[in-house]
Design a protein around this ligand. Structure first.
Ligand SMILES: [Zn+2]
Length: 268
C-alpha cells in the first residue's frame, strides 16, 4: 500500500527527470505505480512528462478501467501486463531514451558483457519484436520476456523498465540508457572489449547468490551466456522459482565490492 499523495509527487518528479534528461520529448512516454491491489496511478494521455500536475494523473483498475475523470496513457496496456505477470513489480517507466532506442532501431539487444555492475544488477536487456503502439501486437511480443527481465527494448520504439518502486523503475531505465550510451561510445573508439568468460561466470554466480536476478534471468535472450559454460536451465516451470540455494542472501556494500574484486581481479 503506497501513500497516494507521495506517489503523485514522485511521478511528477520522475516525469521531469525523464524530460530534462531527454528520455522523452513532446508527450512521449508514461509512468505508473500500484496504489493498492487493484488501483494503478498513471500519467495522462497527450501530456508532456515535464509539465504534469499532481491533480492531472489518472487512476485505473488492473484492466485499465478509469476510476477517476482523467484519461490514462494509450500505452497503459503494457504497464498492466507487467503488473499482472509480476506481483513483485509496483512501478513502470516507459520512455524513448535516445541511445537505448537507437539499439532498438538498429535491431540490437543490450546484451554484450561489457560492464560488470550491469551484469550484476540489470542483466541483459532483450529486444522484443515490433508491435504497433497501444495494440495487442506490442504486448504479445513482450510477454515471453517480462518474467525474466526488469527492462526491455521494444523494436523501433523505445524502452521500458520496472521495479519494486518508482525510483527503482527509473534507475533501471537510466542504467539501460547509460549502458547503451557507453556501448555506442566504445564502438566509436574502436570497439568494446567484452569481459572474459570466467569473469562473466563469476558475476552471474554472485548475482544469483545475492538475489539480484534469479536463474530464470539466464533465459533464451541472455547474450552474456554465449561465451560461458553457464547454461540456461529455463523450462516452463522454473519461472519465479527461488534460487537453487533457497533463501535470498543480502550482502553489505563492502561484501559486494569484495566479491566483485575477487571476480574481476582474476582477469588481470
Ligand atoms: Zn512509447
Amino acid at each position: 500500500m503506497v501513500d497516494e499523495s507521495q506517489a503523485r509527487k514522485l511521478i511528477i518528479e520522475i516525469g521531469k527527470l525523464l524530460y530534462e534528461r531527454s528520455y522523452v520529448v513532446s508527450s512521449d512516454g508514461n509512468i505508473s505505480c500500484r496504489l493498492d491491489e487493484n488501483r494503478i496511478l498513471a500519467t495522462p494521455t497527450m501530456t508532456c512528462k515535464g509539465r504534469m500536475t499532481e491533480d492531472g494523473l489518472a487512476i485505473t483498475d488492473l484492466d485499465g478501467k478509469a476510476l477517476n475523470d482523467k484519461k490514462a496513457s494509450s500505452e497503459l496496456a503494457l504497464h498492466l501486463l507487467i503488473y499482472k505477470m509480476r506481483p513483485d513489480i509496483n512501478a513502470v517507466c516507459h520512455a524513448h531514451p535516445p541511445h537505448g532506442t537507437a539499439f532498438s532501431v538498429a535491431g540490437l539487444a543490450i546484451d554484450a558483457p561489457i560492464l560488470s555492475e550491469v551484469i550484476l544488477t540489470l542483466g541483459c536487456v532483450p529486444l522484443t519484436a515490433y508491435g504497433t503502439p497501444s495494440t495487442n501486437e506490442l504486448t504479445e511480443s513482450m510477454k515471453p520476456f517480462i518474467a525474466h527481465h526488469n527492462a526491455l527494448l521494444m523494436a523501433n520504439h523505445g524502452a521500458v523498465a520496472y521495479g519494486e518502486d518508482l525510483w527503482q523503475a527509473f534507475d533501471r531505465l537510466e542504467t539501460l540508457e547509460h549502458t547503451a550510451k557507453i556501448a555506442i561510445l566504445s564502438r566509436a573508439l574502436g570497439g568494446a572489449n567484452d569481459l572474459p568468460k570466467d569473469a562473466i561466470e563469476k558475476l552471474i554466480n554472485i548475482r544469483e547468490k545475492a538475489g539480484y536476478l534469479s536463474e530464470s534471468a539466464r533465459c533464451q535472450s541472455c547474450g552474456y551466456l554465449h561465451e560461458t559454460d553457464i547454461r540456461c536451465g529455463l523450462d516452463g516451470n522454473s519461472v519465479n522459482k527461488p534460487n537453487s540455494n533457497g533463501a535470498k542472501i543480502s550482502l553489505s556494500r563492502e561484501e559486494l565490492i569484495d566479491l566483485l574484486n575477487q571476480a574481476v581481479g582474476s582477469q588481470s
